[in-house]
Design a protein around this ligand. Structure first.
Ligand code: C2E
Ligand code: MG
Ligand code: MG
Length: 740
């Protein structure tokens, strides 16, 4: 007999073989070279049943044949083996091959020998796990029965231990496969897959889970009791994601029944496992033709359900947390993290031209201030739906923070300005039609040759474009341009140098005299900042104040100037004339500014009334809080001057609301009065009003005698300008006072 080409003629199957109706027989092998032994054994045990199962004898007549027989019959429960057959040690060699080559550890081996002297050594019996040893004259029915009955019991016991071990092993594998899934969806599909393979089910199954935990943590605000079909196989896939309540096929009836009774249900056509988690999620797994589940080991089912419940709870929380981490609660779009995450993946995987738009709603803060947060939220929600509608499902959308939205979309043909226009359509909110302006910054990933696959770079570029657009093209849009990057780098360098300048005292004050224009007598000074840059030399304020105002350092600069001024006044007591200094209107947005400024003057023991604070009249001081802070400074005793009046945002209404000592008329006016009659008329009117308000007036930027004479004719008495003096060092300013 050759491997793979088995000769079955030696397999003498018992002719009294079991009919189909009977219980499965125990398969017993007889391996002996004496045919008589076979006959005697069969004869002795004919009609015997053990545990209700008949015996089926299979014979082989040599060690080699015996090996093949056992290999072909893995279900064989017990085998009698003769020690001496074709060779002296055939029996023992066979035993060794059964245990080691076939790896069959379950089959019960009974060694039989004709001669008592052939008893194998004790160590051989243990080594090969020989279960019993008998001499051939023990072939009586009684003795054989006892040997077989004990052997078969042992076999069943081992078999059930083995099958439990196997089920446990597949259970552990199944659990591993189930638990690695994080989203509830993937998890549920994995559960069905493992469920079918673990319990050998090839029909349709469904897995239904409650939407919310009945006893979950407060993060779940909703608590409706609906149950959803999370996963389904075979003919039931069409019901996936449906509400269980709405379904009435028998399989779903069983599911509802199990949920109502809170236990497993086994019916003629279905098997249904019920499971619940510690936070009160409930689920049922129902299988067609799964009624045999009820015959399975309860503990195995229990462990399976427990694993599924743990996994379900974990994946529910994971899904919830990742939603919380990546989604914006208000609009349902991605939040910044979610957007960058998804956009990053898209950019790295697609390598096609992608456009990133950042949209900023214009004057959104004013909307909130005047119409309230609730209304603002409605606008944001509406804007989110406008974006989704405009860019479709394929785009990645997000709300990055307050009123800034982002969209990443493949090869859009829309320019930044077009996006701004399209999104600024009228929205209907609570019956009101509202049209919000938008400013858009855009960046493009580039084509294949210069593809940018880094979302951080794309974001930075779109942000730069948005900044530029906000400065120059509000209500419209701008696409990133390489020069912005350079500008922004230089700006960053400048600010970094400026911070260094503040700490290493590279900044100092110069004084520009204010004069009585009728006699050119010095009546006071304005302190102006100068920066002695170690490499760039003397930098005028125009070279750094705009950048400083955009960053947050203006606040530190203003306090720095206040301290420098106090030190100057203390070091030069001969400087008796009034001095004014400038602050950034933005500092007035800070709650602590007034107190900190007062602290500087108090520490240096300079009376507040000794100085005048110049504030530029611009949109920034139009907030109620800023106005209140100017009042606070005024009430503390500081003199307040309104700088650059007539430039930019001038509004006479605010003149009345601000407590002012002085109004300084912007040099833009003075420049024009000589050539432009309209400017002259306007200035005349302004002077008339200010005089009525009983404020002091000073005109800055006087450069020519003509201008001066015109101003004198208009009744102006105080002025500042290059015609009289440029800003001077403290020494020169003192010398000037001395000369007077
Ligand atoms: P400002 O407060 O209106 O200061 C007057 C500016 O006009 C000064 O420029 C001064 O040198 C210049 N100026 C004076 N007379 C003439 C003239 O006849 N013709 C021309 N063309 N210019 C004249 P500066 O010092 O370059 O300051 C520019 C601006 O920078 C200031 O305008 C002020 O807004 C800001 N600034 C200056 N120093 C400080 C400071 O210490 N703190 C803050 N926050 N801002 C400052
Ligand atoms: Mg000024
Ligand atoms: Mg000015």
């Amino acid at each position: 007999m050759v491997d793979g080409n088995v000769d079955y003629t030696f397999l003498a199957v018992d002719d009294t073989s079991v009919d189909d109706q009977q219980a499965e027989p125990w398969i017993i092998g007889i391996i002996d070279d004496e045919p008589l032994v076979h006959q005697a054994t069969r004869f002795a045990l004919q009609d015997v049943e053990i545990d209700g199962r008949p015996l089926l004898f299979l014979s082989a007549y040599s060690g080699e044949q015996g090996y093949e027989l056992i290999r072909q019959q893995p279900e064989m429960a017990l085998v009698f083996i003769d020690v001496i057959m074709e060779r002296e040690d055939s029996g023992l060699v066979l035993v060794d091959r059964i245990r080691n080559e076939l790896g069959n550890k379950l089959i019960q081996i009974v060694i039989r020998t004709g001669r008592p002297g052939d008893v194998p050594e004790e160590d051989v019996i243990t080594r090969y796990a020989i279960n019993s040893y008998r001499t051939k004259n023990e072939l009586t029915r009684n003795r054989l029965f006892i040997v077989i009955a004990t052997g078969l019991r042992n076999f069943s016991l081992l078999q059930s231990i083995n099958s439990s071990r196997n089920s446990l092993r597949s259970l552990i594998t199944a659990a591993g496969n189930i638990l690695q899934h994080r989203s509830v969806k993937d998890f549920s599909n994995a559960v069905l897959l493992q469920f079918c393979s673990l319990f050998d089910l090839s029909y349709g199954c469904v897995f239904c889970v409650s939407k919310f935990p009945s006893d979950g943590p407060f993060i779940y605000t909703k608590m409706d009791k609906s149950v959803t079909v999370f996963a389904a196989s075979h003919s039931f896939t069409q019901y996936q994601d449906k509400d269980l309540e709405s379904l009435d096929l028998p399989i779903f009836q069983v599911a509802k029944q199990a949920l109502a009774a809170k236990r497993h249900v086994f019916e003629d056509d279905f098997g249904c496992l019920y499971l619940s988690t510690s936070s009160g999620w409930e689920g049922v797994i129902v299988a067609e033709q799964g009624q045999h589940l009820q015959h399975l080991d309860r503990e195995i089912l229990q462990i399976f359900c427990l694993n599924v419940a743990t996994g379900l709870e974990n994946s529910e929380y994971y899904t919830h947390l990742s939603h919380a981490v990546f989604k914006d609660k208000l609009t349902g779009l991605n939040n910044r993290t979610g957007f960058i995450n998804q956009a990053g993946i898209k950019m790295r995987s697609q390598r096609q031209v992608l456009c990133l738009y950042l949209l900023d709603i214009d004057y959104f803060h004013q909307v909130i201030t005047s119409l309230g947060y609730e209304f603002g939220n409605l606008i944001l929600k509406k804007m989110a739906s406008v974006l989704v509608e405009l860019f479709g499902e394929g785009a990645i959308t997000g709300r990055l923070h307050s009123d800034v939205f982002a969209i990443l979309v493949a090869d859009s043909k829309l320019s930044a300005a077009e996006v701004a226009t399209k999104c600024a359509q009228a929205m209907n909110i609570e019956g009101q039609s509202i049209r919000m302006g938008l400013t858009v910054g855009m960046s493009v990933s580039g084509d294949k040759t210069e593809y940018v696959d880094d979302i951080d770079i794309m974001m930075r570029r779109a942000e730069m474009a948005l900044h530029v657009a906000k400065d120059h093209w509000r209500g419209s849009g701008e696409v990133f341009n390489e020069s912005y990057e350079q500008e922004s780098y230089q700006n960053m360098q400048l600010l970094s140098d400026f911070r260094e300048g503040l700490t290493s005292e590279q900044l100092f004050l110069v004084l520009q005299p204010k004069v009585d224009i009728r006699n050119s007598q010095v009546i006071g000074f304005e302190a102006l900042i100068r920066w002695q840059h170690p490499k760039r030399g003397l930098v005028p304020p125009g070279g750094f104040i705009p950048a400083v105002e955009k960053s947050g350092i203006y606040y530190e600069l203003d306090l720095y100037v206040a301290r420098a001024l106090c030190r100057m006044l203390n070091s030069y007591p001969q400087l008796q004339a009034p001095v004014s200094f400038n602050i950034s209107a933005k500092s007035l947005n800070h709650e602590t500014f007034v107190a900190e400024l007062m602290a500087v003057f108090s520490e240096h023991k300079i009376e507040f009334s000794r100085v005048e604070i110049e504030v530029t009249e611009n949109a920034l001081i139009h907030s109620e809080q800023s106005i209140a802070r100017i009042h606070a400074l005024y009430n503390a005793g500081f003199k307040i001057g309104l700088d650059d009046f007539g430039a930019g945002f001038s509004s006479l209404a605010y003149l009345l609301r601000l407590p002012l000592h002085t109004i300084k008329i912007d040099r833009g006016f003075v420049g024009e009065i000589v050539e432009n009659a309209k400017s002259l008329t306007l200035l005349e009117g302004m002077l008339a009003i200010i005089n009525k308000l009983d404020k002091e007036i000073i005109v800055e930027g006087v450069e020519t005698i003509k201008q001066r004479d015109l101003l004198i004719a208009l009744g102006v008495t105080q002025a500042q300008g290059f015609l009289f003096y440029k800003p001077l060092s403290i020494e020169k300013a003192l010398a000037l006072l001395d000369d007077q």
